[in-house]
Ligand binder design. Structure first.
Ligand SMILES: Nc1ncnc2c1ncn2[C@@H]1O[C@H](COP(=O)(O)OP(=O)(O)OP(=O)(O)O)[C@@H](O)[C@H]1O
Length: 305
């Protein structure tokens, strides 16, 4: 696996506060990685360290093999980022904004400007004044700007904040395109799983400055056979039914129902053994365990927030 960025035992103290605690993480080439955590979890602090805007207290971050501590310039030149609101001139067109920004970077041609516009899908609106852009379009112009110098890692702090569902869908589309077609690694942070789960390959949960778990999103969505299902059985008598299904992990118990975790293949066996024991089955309800449920289970809590 090719690693684009590696965080090694990263710690950050501000005053007496230990804000980031021993963070170890590898970002793979061409993947979209989500950093998920509630407000105050440490996402922005982590991102500020990744882009070199904030010093670590201890540890190191290697970007494309260059240590941000020892070889800052060569490390951060591989990174493009939007950490705060992207700077732009509202009275200039999108094109002129990019052109103005490109002047500050040696070797950026008009051709490259066209390329980044294409990458974020802003062709139609590029002649319009940036001040008339919607939030989603401003975001895309910011991403285009961050891509001009051909970074191999793009970092976006809370890119879905304030966007409507259509805006979130657009950002998802161009972020996946960047990762798949341009081999850019993308790191996005969010406090809402639902807003990033469809765009990420992996998601790391951060809480109180600690990385609690890293989950493969695609695996858990694609692997039908091993997909864990929640099977709710409305049965009578409940107590006897419980004994029969006791070999399956029990998720919850209702007044007349019981919910167990099982794969699709196991469902006929569960029903058969209940019928054989003369248990009345009134209803069987099967649901996919959501990614959110899996996260909660893994971190042993009821909520990410
Ligand atoms: N300059 C600072 N001085 C003191 N504490 C700070 C400072 N910057 C951040 N913190 C604290 O560090 C913790 C992590 O903050 P951070 O902004 O990284 O979280 P976050 O996950 O990005 O949350 P949000 O989504 O609210 O920005 C918080 O408890 C915050 O109060």
């Amino acid at each position: 696996m090719n690693v684009a960025m590696e965080l090694i035992n990263v710690n950050k103290n501000i005053g007496k506060k230990h804000i980031i605690k021993d963070l170890n993480l590898s970002i793979h080439k061409g993947e979209v990685f989500g950093l998920l955590g509630p407000n105050g979890a440490g996402k922005t602090t982590t991102i500020r360290m990744m882009v070199g805007l904030m010093k670590m207290t201890s540890g190191d971050i290697q970007i494309e093999g260059h240590s941000i501590r020892k070889d800052y310039k060569n490390a951060v030149r591989h990174v493009g980022a939007i950490v705060e609101n992207p700077e732009m001139y509202p009275f200039l067109s999108g094109w002129k904004n990019l052109k103005h920004y490109a002047r500050m970077i040696p070797g950026i041609t008009d051709e490259r400007i066209h390329e980044v516009i294409q990458l974020v899908g802003l062709q139609k609106a590029i002649k319009e004044k940036a001040g008339r852009y919607s939030l989603g379009m401003r975001q895309r112009l910011g991403v285009a700007q961050a891509l001009l110098h051909r970074p191999s890692i793009l970092i976006l702090d809370e890119p879905t904040n304030g966007l409507d569902p259509a805006g979130i869908r657009e950002i998802r589309q161009y972020i996946r395109k960047l990762a798949e077609e341009e081999d850019v690694s993308v790191i996005v942070s969010s406090h809402l799983l639902s807003e990033i789960e469809l765009m990420c390959d992996r998601i790391g949960i951060i809480k109180n400055g600690e990385l609690l778990s890293v989950e493969d999103v695609k695996d858990s969505q694609d692997d039908e056979e091993n997909t864990e299902l929640s099977v709710t059985l409305n049965v009578s008598p409940l107590k006897e039914a419980m004994e029969i299904v006791s070999s399956f992990p029990i998720k919850s118990e209702g007044e007349h129902s019981i919910t167990v975790k099982a794969t699709r293949e196991q469902i006929p066996d569960i029903i058969k053994s209940l019928v054989q024991a003369d248990i009345q089955i009134y209803e069987v309800n099967v649901e996919k365990t959501s990614l959110e449920d899996k996260f909660f289970e893994r971190i042993g809590e009821n909520t990410i927030a």
